[in-house]
Each structure stands twice: as C-alpha cells, then as structure tokens.
Design a protein around this ligand. Structure first.
Ligand code: ARG
Length: 352
C-alpha cells in the first residue's frame, strides 16, 4: 500500500480517539498517523500519549508543541479585539481549533496522508471549525468523522470501547463511567454535558473547577497585581517580563485562586442548538479588564465605538470557525493597529 493512503487522526489520548485508531485502520485498510497538538491542555505527559497511540496501532505518532504559537498568533488577536461571542463568551475552544488544524495539515503533508480524521460529534461547533479550517488550508484532503458515521461506528458506550480494546489486548487507563465533555488549553478549562445540559441544575462547581476555586471558597483577601502592555501585548507581571504563554499560566493561577473568571452560560451553537457550559477563564478575564483600563485612557471615542462594533463580527467569525478567511485577517489588522497605541502598566486588584 502506498504511504499516500495514510490517515492523519487528531489524537487527544482519550478513550474515544484511542479506539478510533484501530477502527479507522480496519474500516479503511489504511495506516493511521496520530497527531497530538499541545495547546496547553495539561494533564497527561505528551510522551505517554504518544506511546499510547503507537500501542493502539498508529504507524506514527507525533506531538506538536504549539503553546507559544497558540498564545501569540491565536489568543492575542482575540484579546486585542475584546472578542466575546454573543457579548459574553471569550471563545476559548474556538481559538485552538485552527492551530490544531494547521498542525494536522502539516503532518498530513509530511507523512503523505490524503485524509484527516477528527473526533468531533455532529452536535457541536468543533466539527465545523475543524472542517472549515481543513478546507481552507488543504482543500484536497478528505475528512473522516467516525462519531458522525452513526450507521458504521459500532460503539454505543465507553464499555463497548473498552471491550474492543481488551479484545485487541490493549490495556488503557480509563473506566466506563460517563464523563463531561471537557476541553482545556492555555486560555481556559470548560465542561459541557451530563446534568449541565439542564440549565435549571446548579453546577457542582467544587467538582468541576480545575483552574481554581469558586468565589465561595476564595480567600477573603485582596491580591494586587501589575500588568505591563507593550503595543497592546501583555509582556510583564508585577514588573517581571515573561513570555505570553507563561503570563497566561500565571494569571490563570492567580485568578483561579481568587475565584475569578468563572462563567456559567448558555450559547447558541452554529448547528442551531443552545448549549450550557461552565467555563473557567481567569487569565483572559483579568487581561480584558486590564486592557479596557488602558483603552479608556488612550483610545479616542470613535475608535472605541468602531472597535465595539467590529469586535462582535470578529467574535462570530472566530466562533463559526472562519479563522482562515480574508475578513478575519482584515479585522485583525484593524485591531492590531488600534492596540499599537497601548503601552503602559495597569494596576489591578483581584477580589473574588
Ligand atoms: N461550546 C464551546 C465552544 O463551542 C466549548 C466547546 C468545547 N468544550 C467542551 N467542554 N467540550 O466553543
């Protein structure tokens, strides 16, 4: 078989995508290359994940470290634009999909694959974001989405998936209990699904939170901090210069410890459903606040007004997966130019 018939799979290391390696191989008769992209999701060591892909039958397994690129080329433009989908949701997952796809396409070319496979279901936004990005960057690539192939995909539960692995002698460190749909990167952690789908249910915050504590558990004390911006880019914390990915990590910690940046919201998905999610977005919440303090001092009234109008458009474009479009580039250039004027240090007080 020619190596050109390979399939590149977006691999997370979880049970679903681990099972998909073997299943895609069997269904298509093709070799599977597993690609994991590090956007700061944390959790298991990526070398462990890489080895798991090989144990599950991938011919190649490859990990791309995209943390700095994700922070500066994807998160920063959204911050500069104050991008909030429907005026409230700071996009988070939507920002990581284009950079993940960029690396999938690169791997497809490197390993001679003609098809990309992803683990999104037919209910969410991520399938749209993956596929629009793939089509924009590499229209020649075909796409397989096993979770949408409901007629063919034989697994109805995690127990089915585990049984399939056991039968193939693959031992995975997962159990059969249902879990939330979870996503995490440098920008956030989020949970959807299970009882959260009923907006009448109070979220069990203490169980869900991964980046910090709830306001109820936060200390009754103030944390003071200083954030330095250079031409619209946050470059320092309390006078210490640091890389953006590191700054995000630190601010997530400080904000998380103070119960800052927890969102319980219902959003309108691209596919026409409403979805309720619990988001932890401490660093972004702090940075948006700091940025708006500087903007209020520096930008003129008409620029601020135009920014607000275009920001809404920018946020919906990103939410809908239209990252690789001329309109996104043009709007991004506008926001970059307004933010060029923002240099200075902002003092903030964090209190729950
Ligand atoms: N609903 C959010 C979005 O479409 C998050 C999706 C991924 N998060 C998750 N917990 N599965 O951007």
């Amino acid at each position: 078989m020619s190596s050109k018939d390979r399939v590149v799979l977006a691999y997370s290391g979880g049970l679903d995508t681990s099972v998909a390696i073997g299943w895609i191989g069997e269904q298509t008769g093709r070799e599977v290359v597993a690609v994991a992209v590090d956007v700061g999701q944390g959790g298991e060591d990526l070398e462990v994940i890489r080895q798991r892909a090989l144990d599950c039958g991938a011919v190649e397994a490859y990990v791309a470290d995209a943390r700095d690129e994700f922070a500066s080329e994807y998160c920063m433009p959204a911050l500069k634009a104050n991008a909030l989908y429907e005026g409230k949701y700071p996009l988070v997952s939507a920002l990581s999909r284009p950079v993940i796809v960029k690396h999938l396409v690169k791997a497809a070319r490197e390993f001679g694959a003609t098809t990309v496979a992803h683990g999104c279901t037919g209910k969410g936004n991520d399938q749209v974001r993956f596929e629009l990005s793939i089509k924009a960057l590499a229209p020649e690539l075909k796409v397989i989405a096993p979770w949408r192939m409901t007629e063919l995909w034989p697994f109805r539960s995690r127990e089915d998936e585990l049984a399939y692995c056991r039968q193939k002698g693959i031992d995975l460190p997962f159990d059969a209990s249902h879990s939330y749909s979870h996503d995490r990167n440098l920008w956030h952690s989020s949970h959807e699904g299970l009882e959260l789908e009923d907006p009448a249910q109070e979220p069990m915050l203490e169980e869900l939170l991964l980046l910090g504590v709830s306001p109820k558990q936060a200390p009754d004390a103030e944390t003071l901090l200083r954030i330095g911006f250079e031409k619209g880019v946050p470059v320092s914390l309390n006078g210490k210069e640091m890389r953006l990915s590191e700054l995000l990590r630190r601010l997530n910690e400080l904000g998380g410890n103070n119960g800052i940046g927890i969102y319980d919201l219902v959003e309108d998905r691209v596919v026409g459903m409403k979805a309720r999610g619990i988001y932890e977005i401490p660093a972004v919440t702090i940075l948006l606040k700091a940025q708006s303090c500087l903007e209020a001092l520096v930008l003129d009234r008409e620029t601020l007004e135009t920014k607000r109008t275009l920001s809404e458009k920018f946020a919906s474009l990103l939410y809908e997966g239209k990252w690789f479009t001329p309109l996104r580039e043009a709007l991004q250039a506008f926001f970059s130019s307004t933010q060029e004027l923002l240099t200075g240090e902002v003092r903030l007080s964090l209190y729950k």
